[in-house]
Design a protein around this ligand. Structure first.
Ligand code: GLO
Ligand code: MG
Length: 344
């Protein structure tokens, strides 16, 4: 049976155009507007940072957090939208300047863990068992400032606290090799899955692949997907694109390298990603130049490209490809792929 894909994005994917060198270029829209847009544009679920779900979470009591989160859940139910995951945003607070779980300050590490446990409470209310961990500041600017081996131990300790706090929750690590850090401690899927093995319940520690992050690590996103699927550990996906080894661009899916996008879709099709309820998420941003009236186009276009590439993957002549492979005629296999993508 062919997979019927389900799609999602996060509120941060309708961004306002700011970059390190200039202010916003579009006026902010409120959450309700984003929620309406999601359904209208053919999406099924929303990803949440803990403070997307409950703004200013650090300043609120436990009771207040739960109350607001329940209100959000009701709103989602009314719109027929699921929450795909919740992710602790551990990179904004003054208490995570030196990292969260791997900070050199014990008090700040404690804050990071406590906040992660609150995030699990939110996941409960929002009816998802998936916690996404983009380990934004777990790395170094300066090699001598931290100890990599100790950092791995600290990460494992933090993951263990989360795993034992809730026996059902699954942790999905989203690796990224750099930005905002010079070097991250969990730069690739291999690192994420290796660290999973050190935790008290490795079965509940998997990963999330973002195409741009794999490219930034000098890796092929399709191979990263294949690797994670071999271990049955790919629990979420951030498809997008990236033009080489520069700042994280979060371009629309297929925007830079259509063939790489095709190969990512082909692997998803071959390995059955999505057959157990996993979502295809687009972690894409509008260009800074985008006018407010074209604000959702990057999400529309990414989904459109994805679905067109699903068709391309399903109509690829595998028999002919196998023949060329058996004959070691990779030259013509190359051309066959090019012509298939170019169409008639
Ligand atoms: C940044 C990441 C970021 C995460 C998100 C979910 O480079 O891709 O957008 O995916 O915060 O945790
Ligand atoms: Mg991402």
């Amino acid at each position: 049976m062919p997979t019927t894909y389900k799609f999602c994005f996060g509120p941060w994917n309708i961004s306002e155009g700011q970059d390190p060198y200039g202010p916003t270029t579009r006026p902010a829209q409120n959450f309700d507007w984003k929620l309406k847009a999601l359904k209208k544009h053919g999406y099924d679920a929303m990803m949440f940072h803990d403070d997307d779900a409950v703004p200013d979470i650090d300043g609120k009591s436990d009771a207040q957090i739960r109350k607001e989160c329940k209100e959000l859940k009701k709103k989602l139910d009314d719109h027929g939208i699921a929450a795909e995951m919740v992710a602790p945003r551990l990179w904004f607070s003054p208490r995570t300047i030196d990292g969260a779980y791997t900070s050199n300050s014990a008090a700040d590490r404690h804050y990071a863990i406590e906040r992660s446990l609150r995030c699990i409470d939110l996941a409960h209310i929002l009816d998802t068992d998936l916690i996404v961990l983009w380990l934004a500041r777990e790395g170094t600017y300066l090699r001598e400032a931290k100890n990599a081996s100790r950092s791995v131990d600290l990460l494992v300790q933090a993951f263990d606290k989360m795993l034992s706090y809730d026996k059902k929750i699954r942790l999905s690590i989203e690796p990224k090799p750099n930005e905002p850090m010079d070097h991250a401690y969990v730069p690739t899927i291999g690192h994420a899955l290796a660290i999973a093995q050190l935790t008290i319940d490795s079965k509940r520690v998997g990963c999330l692949i973002e195409s741009a992050h794999a490219i930034l690590a000098g890796l092929d996103p399709a191979d990263e997907i294949d690797f994670a699927m071999t271990f049955k550990k790919l629990w979420s996906l951030h498809l997008n694109d990236q033009n080489g080894m520069k700042f994280d661009q979060d371009k629309p899916f297929g925007s830079t390298n259509l063939r790489s996008a095709f190969n990512q879709v082909r692997v998803l099709e071959r390995t059955g990603y999505g057959k157990h309820g996993e979502y295809v998420c687009f972690d894409v941003h509008p260009f800074r130049t985008t006018r407010p009236e074209h604000w959702l186009n990057h999400l529309d276009n990414s989904r459109k490209t994805f679905l067109k590439l699903v068709k391309k993957a399903r109509t690829f002549n595998d028999k002919a490809a196998q023949k060329l492979i058996a004959d070691r005629n990779y030259q013509d296999l190359d051309q066959m792929v090019i012509e298939h993508l170019l169409g008639k």
